[in-house]
Design a protein around this ligand. Sequence first.
Ligand SMILES: O=C(O)C1=C[C@@H](OP(=O)(O)O)[C@@H](O)[C@H](O)C1
Ligand SMILES: C=C(OP(=O)(O)O)C(=O)O
Length: 411
Amino acid sequence: MNVTITPSLLHGAVTPPPSKSQAHRLLLAAALADGTSHLSNVAFSQDIQATVRCLEALGAAVRQEGDQLAVTGLAGRTASGGALPRLDCGESGSTLRFLIPVALAVRGGGVFTGHGRLMERPQEPYFAIFREKGIAYEQQDGALTVRGQLTPGVYTLPGNVSSQFVTGLLYALPLLHGDSEIRLTTPLESADYVRMTMDALSAFGVAAEYDGDRTFRVPGNQTGHAAPMTVEADWSNAAFWYAAAYLDSTLDIQGLNYQSAQGDACIGMLYWTIARPGEAEIDVSGCPDLVPPLAAMAALRGAGRITRLVNAARLRIKESDRLSTVTEVLNALGAEVEEYADHLVITGKDSLPGGVAVSGHNDHRIAMMAAIAATNCAAPVTVTGAECVRKSYPTFWDEYARLGGQISISQ
Ligand SMILES: O=C(O)C1=C[C@@H](OP(=O)(O)O)[C@@H](O)[C@H](O)C1
Ligand SMILES: C=C(OP(=O)(O)O)C(=O)O
């Protein structure tokens, strides 16, 4: 699907979709707990569909009841020895990395498949653990098979590849028959995502302790208890509307929790960092998903104003190599972005020429970045492969049009 945008500013009230990160976590906690949890405000983005499908494959029951999702958990039931469950994780890194250790704990392993770039995204921190602990793994023809017994003990891994490994272990280790420890060999990046994990576990009565530095203590023999929960609005996707507002659209962004544990809630603060005159340097190691909207803001910050988005190496292992795709797409629109190994340097302009077609690179955040930058372009912009927004924000283009964005869609 191609979307052609005739540049115009956006106006009106908008509520961001339910948080994808929080929904993954609540669904998983509910699927492992005792009893039936009712979850409100779950939206079926492709990534959440992947998590639901995989939790069902692991034996949890998920059904729609009115506008809630009822999740009946495994309640400590485990099964091993039979055929391994097959888990199609779509393009969702969270689903894959959260469920690898969970599948080992509850089913003795699994066969994981994925689409797009997913199976190329790194899993080495898990593989290093598996080699040390004698868990078999094999990646062949796009499928990753893991098989073995997860045992309580010490789990050592780096903190700077992806926080999603820590989250996966925090879900799996409480299920084991003994206490465990997670030890990080480097400082934890994306730390707020791990805090969100601990909040979700704690809402279901599962305890883990973090020393705030490199060690997590995880007591074993824990089964969570069903809890009614409501998913918050998504700050990572709200950030695109913040970017549009910074670029002169008049938006009333509603429904957000300003006390949220979502790390990307810092977009409110970063908005002002970008709005101030002079050079800006933003460390994005805690909020990697904000780079596309921040880059759109920085590209249009005003002539000559320099923004550095630093500590961003991890952006290369997302749905696309985001340091390269942010650079390519914004520069195609006429921006001045310089790409380095682990950072971007962006020299602002007052407006961009546009007048080109840019690829969404099968990356929802790149397509949304292009759409927001297009509001400040002089000539129409076509986003090809624009359906990729379904990964996290299926209604994005509808909302964009509802807010007055002038789009035409072609196949
Ligand atoms: O745990 C999560 O929900 C996520 C963690 C982050 O990944 P990293 O920890 O790999 O940076 C983020 O980029 C991703 O979109 C979602
Ligand atoms: C990187 C993302 O998600 P995941 O890692 O779960 O695929 C994202 O939503 O930007």
